[in-house]
Design a binder for this molecule. Structure first.
Ligand code: DQA
Length: 145
């Protein structure tokens, strides 16, 4: 089974979007970095991005059968999507939440995640490297089980 990396709304704007917060690398750069991690570690990793809540929910459901772990950056849905939270609660595939920026140094509405209680863990504020750390964590979680 493969690992799945899901990026939510506005992450297709990486590189052009608020570069002072998110850096200059694009989503393509991020996905290339993830593919190089995949090759290095001998894993199959699929990357997807959607701006649509329902699409992300469908992918989470589907991954319960097809993936051994999900890295999820839900974008702003992090802070209010009970629907994405319930989708994660409905599957048994482990999910690690990633945020590129340090949400705790930003606006108060970003300090709370409604997703975290149903994830295996959260990686925050370490830039794009956070995705590799999350993938590494999923590989370890599977080893422990
Ligand atoms: C984000 C943080 C969210 O608050 C924001 O809405 C995003 C990106 C991050 O990766 O830092 O879209 O998830």
């Amino acid at each position: 089974k493969q690992l799945l990396v899901l990026n939510g709304p506005n992450l297709n704007r990486l590189g052009v979007r608020e570069p002072d917060v998110y850096g200059n690398a694009t989503l393509k750069d991020l996905e290339a970095m993830i593919q190089s991690f995949a090759e290095r570690t001998g894993n199959k990793i699929e990357c997807r991005q959607s701006n649509h809540e329902g699409v992300l929910i469908d992918w989470i459901h589907e991954a319960d059968k097809t993936a051994r772990g999900i890295v999820l950056n839900p974008g702003a849905f992090t802070h209010y999507s009970y629907a994405i939270r319930d989708a994660i609660a409905s599957v048994s595939v482990p999910v690690v939440e990633v945020h590129i920026s340090n949400v705790h140094t930003r606006e108060p509405f970003r300090h709370h995640s409604v997703i975290s209680p149903v994830t295996s863990g959260q990686i925050v504020g370490l830039g794009l490297h956070g995705y590799e750390l999350a993938l590494q964590a999923l590989l370890e979680i599977k080893k422990e089980e």
